[in-house]
Design a protein around this ligand. Structure first.
Ligand code: ADP
Length: 484
């Protein structure tokens, strides 16, 4: 089975969030099941600067782009049984960021990512590799499904191709002005509420939801939530209409990259049977953030985009009371200015209570998973969430809002039976967050049951093997020949 994966980011080449981890891992697990997986990714500047060994497989190709030809080429890289094809179009992708800067999204993102999907489909043709499945991710890849239907609908090359669109976050919709359709070579008639129009704009996300053969999202709970007005961002009606083709498949963890037994990014290694290395990691983390080591007081870690979705405003509101509980809080994040400003000011007021690093830093992220005792994920909504799964493996106990993938991966600890792997609270409010945290801090003081909880956490298994199997089953269902 040949699968073409379209993703706007992929670890370790370019990453801003969980999509990169998924695109970097799932294809490898699929290829181990015998699938032929090829991932298409834009050739960003940061990829170019990695000086990978690359083979130019398509040179000097051209896409007809609003009446004029725009050239591109395709570069190929082999890694772990997966072929990665980079779409090289310097004008669109040779920039020092993926999507935008602090000043905002790049104004030509509509053109950039539509071009990425068009050039990816053209590359499949140029290489004569008709895919059985085109699997696109998020709005940046969604125009592929509109092209497949309206531009390549009669093309025998794609006649047997089936398609799957995965939504990693429904809030990012790829909204552009009406004129974008003409500029990227899609029919103007799609500007209609039954097509891609979304309240006066064009929604790329709708192209995926409407035109892919099946749609999936990254946890069972989120797949149900997005069919309700509260979580649907205006698309819940459309998603309800497609509910028979809508699947929720939990993301997984690559325990090769995320494992305290082998992790080279942390100062000491440890496993469930011997946690002495975790104590070293904790001491080193506190030193790095200039915080005192207070025995008996837990360290609460956060690795997160600093965004409302992640409940950072709730953390800001609850912070003073949190610190009064006697915890130290360590935050690694990048994102929205008001949150950065608030946390920076709070850090000055509480130099021995709050540690803050405003950056995107893979090593510090690993240090926090390894060195913290508790891991806070207070998201307003969370399609899957990877950080709580990484924290579990590193014996840092998640305290999470019960939503989406957090609901599906964390079970409330029950001291009586010793079951559960974390703490959950229900409302996205400072009061509920503090209740959850108080329960966790209370348990932390009880050494015996805490040890049981840490064991449960570290034994939680969210390996990709199971989820890759679920994708494989779905691909098979899609390509099953129709009954005569
Ligand atoms: P999302 O994709 O919504 O941001 P996920 O939990 O699915 O959230 O994935 C977040 C990924 O990004 C994890 O791998 C996490 O470790 C990483 N991450 C988030 N913020 C940072 C940061 N500031 N520095 C390093 N890694 C980060």
């Amino acid at each position: 089975m040949k699968v073409a994966f379209l993703a706007s980011e992929m670890f370790p080449y370019a990453k801003t969030g969980g999509l990169a981890d998924v695109a970097g891992t799932l294809p490898r697990f699929l290829s181990r099941s015998g699938l032929d997986v090829r991932v298409f990714v834009p050739f960003y500047r940061e990829v170019r600067e990695k000086n990978l060994s690359l083979r130019r497989t398509v040179g000097a190709a051209e896409v007809d782009w609003g009446g004029k030809g725009v050239p591109f080429s395709a570069l190929e890289h082999q890694a772990d049984g997966v072929t990665v094809t980079f779409i090289d179009q310097a004008g669109f992708f040779d920039r020092d960021h993926l999507y935008g800067t602090a000043a905002g999204d790049d104004p030509d993102n509509g053109e950039r990512f539509a071009f990425f999907t068009r050039a990816s489909l053209e590359t499949m043709k140029a290489l004569d590799l008709p895919p059985d499945i085109v699997h696109g991710h998020d709005w940046q890849s969604a125009t592929a499904f509109a092209y497949l239907r309206f531009l390549y609908g009669d093309d025998p090359f794609f006649a047997a191709t089936r398609s799957l669109f995965t939504v990693h976050n429904l809030a990012y919709q790829g909204l552009f002005d009406k004129g974008i359709l003409g500029r990227v070579g899609l029919p103007g008639a799609l500007f209609d509420p039954d097509g891609l129009e979304f309240y006066g704009q064009v929604s790329y996300l709708k192209a995926g939801i409407l035109y892919a053969d099946a749609v999936s999202t990254v946890s069972p709970t989120y797949s149900r939530e997005i069919q309700t007005p509260e979580f649907g961002f205006g698309l819940d009606g459309l998603l309800r209409r497609r509910s028979a083709d809508l699947h929720g498949i939990l993301n997984g963890v690559d325990y090769h990259d995320w494992n305290p037994v082998t992790d080279r990014l942390i100062p000491a290694r440890f496993g469930p049977r011997d946690l002495s290395g975790k104590r070293t990691c904790r001491a080193e983390l506190l030193r790095m953030f200039g915080l005192p080591d207070v025995p008996g007081s837990p360290v609460v870690g956060m690795v997160t985009r600093l965004a409302g979705q992640k409940g950072l405003d709730i953390v800001c509101e609850a912070l003073e009371v949190m610190l009064e509980l006697g915890v130290r809080v360590v935050v690694l994040g990048a994102g929205e200015r008001p949150i950065v400003d608030f946390l920076s000011a709070a850090r000055s007021r509480h130099p021995s209570g709050l540690g803050l690093k405003v950056a995107f830093d893979e090593k510090v992220a690993h240090m926090i998973y390894a060195g913290s005792d508790l891991f806070l994920v207070p998201s307003r909504y969370e399609p899957c969430g990877l950080t709580q799964m990484y924290a579990l493996k590193y014996g840092s106990i998640p305290v999470v809002r019960a939503t989406g993938g957090l609901e599906d991966t964390i079970r409330e600890f029950d001291p009586a039976s010793g079951s559960g792997n974390g703490f959950k609270f229900s409302a996205p409010s400072p009061g509920d967050l503090l209740d959850g945290l108080r329960r966790a801090v209370g348990q932390y003081a009880r050494k015996e049951s805490w040890r049981a909880l840490v064991r449960n956490a570290m034994a939680s298994d969210f390996s990709w093997t199971r989820s890759a199997g679920a994708y494989l089953a779905l691909y098979r269902k899609l390509i099953k020949p129709p009954r005569a």
